[in-house]
Design a protein around this ligand. Structure first.
Ligand code: AMP
Length: 354
């Protein structure tokens, strides 16, 4: 992993840093927010400049860095450093680049890279969340112990790809790909909320933690194909007989708010997950998302934590019902840029970059 010393050396040479990210996922919001905070922006793209930014002039990066493949992004580290880049990772950034290359990437990067070790492996994620006192869907240790509806998922962030429901061992065998590591969870029945937080280790006003502050920037729900609409064709059981199985591929996001009486619980969950991350690996800096299901007993089960900007925040480029109560018009992309700006002014960049 690239050392804090190396990052500090690089930062010494920076006079006017620029925000760089991969042209995908939540890049419009990241570039737009960076620009609002007065940063230059760099779009990292495969091959030609992507044309779609021409349709969104306020979010078009100032310059592009063309690469042959994201897997080889590390080879462009010195070019990015020359451009005084600070990388802002998003879900696709890490997924495209690969965790190891991301660890070794010699470009100052927003957030704590060590979080990936705890996030990508679902077993470690469970250790972290359980230690934070957050309730998760029960884990079924062996497929032949399936005694209720379960949800089976593979390791790593895959936008729901490959995940499947099974109600018993036979259904599990019909769908499983045993060549990949998987986890079996109880299927939780309830309503889904994807809660967008921002943890500032340098914040000192607001919802205070043992160190820094926690903000709630928004909540979304995902549109998933084909599960969300397959009911129009008939019940899942009868569709299976036709060889049509539910899939959980994220295609879009829907804005939502929570029943207000649940918000204290939401903030406590966010707080405990951050506090535990401080104990385990020095803290999860910046945006993160708790992916939850609320049961009819108004109980939260957290089925996943994403430790960087999630695409559901794209709904709130001009603010959300929650972020508006912190500062009108604050997107998660802008909040990242603001954090970098504040840290820069206070000489504390090393606390928010790794
Ligand atoms: P994931 O692969 O964890 O991102 O999950 C993909 C989708 O599956 C989620 O957005 C939920 O719709 C659903 N899901 C995940 N875990 C569970 C669970 N334990 N119970 C019910 N639904 C789940």
């Amino acid at each position: 992993m690239v050392t804090p010393k190396r990052i500090a050396e690089i930062l010494e040479g920076y006079e006017d840093p620029a925000i760089a990210t991969v042209c995908s996922h939540s890049s419009l919001q990241i570039f737009h927010g960076a620009r609002q905070e007065g940063f230059k922006t760099i779009g990292i793209a495969i091959g030609e400049k992507p044309r779609f930014y021409d349709a969104f002039p306020n979010a078009r990066p100032d310059t592009f860095l063309s690469v042959d493949s994201y897997k080889e992004l590390s080879r462009h580290a010195s070019e990015l450093v020359e451009m005084e880049a600070i990388a802002v990772p998003h879900g696709s950034f890490v997924e495209y680049m690969g965790a190891q290359a991301f660890f070794d990437f010699e470009v100052p990067t927003f957030g704590n890279r060590r979080v990936i070790e705890w996030e990508a492996d679902r077993e470690k994620q469970r250790v972290w969340l359980a230690a934070a006192g957050v309730d998760m869907p029960a884990k079924i240790e062996r497929p032949d112990a399936i005694d209720r509806p379960v949800f089976v998922k593979y390791h790593g962030a895959k936008g729901g790809r490959g995940s499947f429901i099974a109600k018993n061992y036979e259904e599990f065998l019909q769908s499983v790909d045993k060549s990949q590591p998987y986890t079996i969870q109880e299927y939780v029945i309830g309503t889904r909320y994807y809660i967008h937080f921002f943890y500032s280790p340098i914040g000192n006003e607001g919802y205070k933690l043992s160190k820094g502050t926690l903000e709630l920037l928004g909540i979304d729900r995902r549109d998933e194909s084909n599960i969300d609409e397959m009911y129009k064709l008939g019940a899942q059981e009868s569709l299976k007989k036709l060889g049509i199985y539910p899939t959980f591929i994220v295609t879009g996001n829907i804005p939502t708010v929570l029943r207000e009486s649940l918000l204290p619980k939401v903030l406590e969950m966010g707080e405990h997950v951050v506090e535990k991350s401080l104990d385990l690996f020095g803290g999860m800096i910046g945006p993160f998302c708790l992916e939850t299901i609320v049961t009819d007993q108004l109980h939260f089960k957290v089925f996943e934590v994403s430790s960087r900007i999630v695409a559901g925040t794209n709904l709130y480029i001009s603010g959300s019902p929650y972020s508006d109560l912190l500062e009108p018009g604050m997107s998660t992309g802008r909040r990242i840029a603001r954090e970098i700006r504040l840290a820069e002014k206070q000489g504390r960049l090393f606390e928010v970059l790794t």
